[in-house]
Write a protein that binds this ligand. Structure first.
Ligand SMILES: Nc1ncnc2c1ncn2[C@@H]1O[C@H](COP(=O)(O)OP(=O)(O)OP(=O)(O)O)[C@@H](O)[C@H]1O
Ligand code: SF4
Ligand SMILES: [Mg+2]
Length: 374
């Protein structure tokens, strides 16, 4: 490819209303292996961190897909691959019908303005020496965008849209609170009228009281501007109200994906069950609450993941087959259309809690064990 990518005119949601019928982003078999070098005096490759290892997912026009999993499972790497901040090792990323997997910087220009990222840390992601006006304006300058009425007018409009005072145009990031800084990050992401925002744990660095405000802002952005989101989060509670569909990741792979109702009320993968039960406030209905499932053991190293199903070292349902055959991510019997699960022996499609007590947090188990000995 030597020419710039030519993106087709957007179809579907012309009024900003979310529409999941048209695919905006499609990711197939995406992999990212970070090489590990060792040896002396000549360094050579001795292994690789399999951070992302065959991820499949889609995001529809105006849709929010939540991407959830424990620390280190490859969520941020997936987000950075999609925004092309990282070069994929393998697989394919298709955006609006165009293969952007290995597109070069110049070819990517039209896509870069349409796919924006919001980062986790609102402190380190804003240049402390730039005014808020310059920070929000800079994507327009870099991309040569001149909105009607000028860039400053557009920045002031964006400040207002994200709930900040347009008069604060000349202030510096340190004059704002964490929640306000994240609003500045949102305004910067909106400066180029994106169609997809990859939000990497946008609220996890904020106080709980501020988290809801920022999520409400993102919800407003999604609803009013029809922008699609890949919303990355540690726990299922955060994405519950924001994402129409949810993908659950474990050790570099998506193990379950489906519409919100299926994932929260009829999860089939044991790992999804465990994640849900680790969130006490997630209720199945008014009367019922899931019993806490706690997983034993640490997450295995992504340098040498377990054979077969990667979850098998922590799974209470594991059998011999799980060690030899990797379960494909498919629509298993009992799942609704679009609800895919990668498991040989899935949980029943029921909301009933399990009886066994498996330990999610090794530190918590250690505490409980020591309390039991006293
Ligand atoms: N540049 C890098 N070089 C080597 N390994 C990396 C690099 N970036 C990430 N990794 C490794 O890849 C794996 C996935 O990391 P990633 O940051 O994508 O996880 P995550 O799901 O976002 O975790 P968290 O919830 O803690 O943010 C981890 O084992 C991490 O140590
Ligand atoms: S495939 Fe086996 S080990 Fe993996 S989640 Fe299913 S039952 Fe557990
Ligand atoms: Mg991360």
């Amino acid at each position: 490819m030597s020419e710039n990518l030519t993106l087709p005119a957007q179809q579907g949601s012309t009024d900003g209303a979310p529409s999941t019928t048209e695919t905006l982003l499609e990711v197939e078999g995406l992999t990212k292996h970070f090489p590990i070098y060792g040896g002396f005096p000549i360094k050579r490759k001795v292994g690789a961190v399999q951070a992302v290892d065959g991820v499949d997912l889609t995001v529809g026009v105006g849709e929010s897909l939540g991407l959830v999993g424990e620390s280190g499972c490859g969520k941020s790497t997936t987000g950075r691959l999609i925004t092309r901040l990282l070069e994929p090792t393998g697989g394919r990323i298709t955006y609006r019908g165009q293969d952007i997997t290995h597109a070069k910087r110049k070819q990517l220009a039209p896509v870069r303005s349409e796919i924006q990222m919001i980062f986790q840390d609102p402190y380190s992601s804003l240049n402390p020496r730039q005014t808020v006006g310059s920070i929000i304006k800079s994507p327009m300058e870099v991309n040569g965008i001149n909105p009607a009425g000028g860039r400053e007018k557009k920045v002031r409009e964006l400040l207002e849209l994200v709930g900040l005072n347009p008069e604060h145009y000349n202030r510096f990031p340190h004059e704002f609170s964490g929640g306000q800084r994240q609003r500045i990050g949102v305004a910067r992401a909106l400066a180029l009228n994106p169609k997809l925002i990859v939000a990497d744990e946008p609220v996890s660095a904020l106080d709980v009281s501020i988290q809801a405000q920022v999520i409400n802002l993102l919800q407003k952005v999604q609803d009013e501007l029809g922008i699609a989101f890949l919303f990355i989060a540690h726990d299922l509670a955060v994405v519950r109200h924001f994402s129409q569909r949810v993908a659950v990741m474990y050790l570099g792979k998506v193990v379950e994906v489906g519409d919100r109702e299926s994932i929260y009320n009829r999860p089939r993968h044991p790992y999804t069950h465990a994640l849900l039960s680790a969130v006490p406030e997630v209720r199945v209905d008014e009367e019922e609450q899931r019993e806490r499932i706690r997983l034993s053991g640490d997450v295995p190293s992504p340098i040498s993941p377990p054979s077969g199903c990667r979850f098998r070292t922590r799974c209470w349902k594991a059998q011999d087959k799980c060690a030899t055959e990797e379960p494909p991510l498919v629509q298993i019997s009992g799942n609704r259309e679009g609800h895919l699960t990668a498991c040989h022996f899935p949980e029943d499609p029921t909301t009933e809690a399990r009886d066994e007590d498996v330990v999610l947090d090794p530190a918590l188990k250690a505490l409980e064990d020591s309390a039991g000995k006293e």
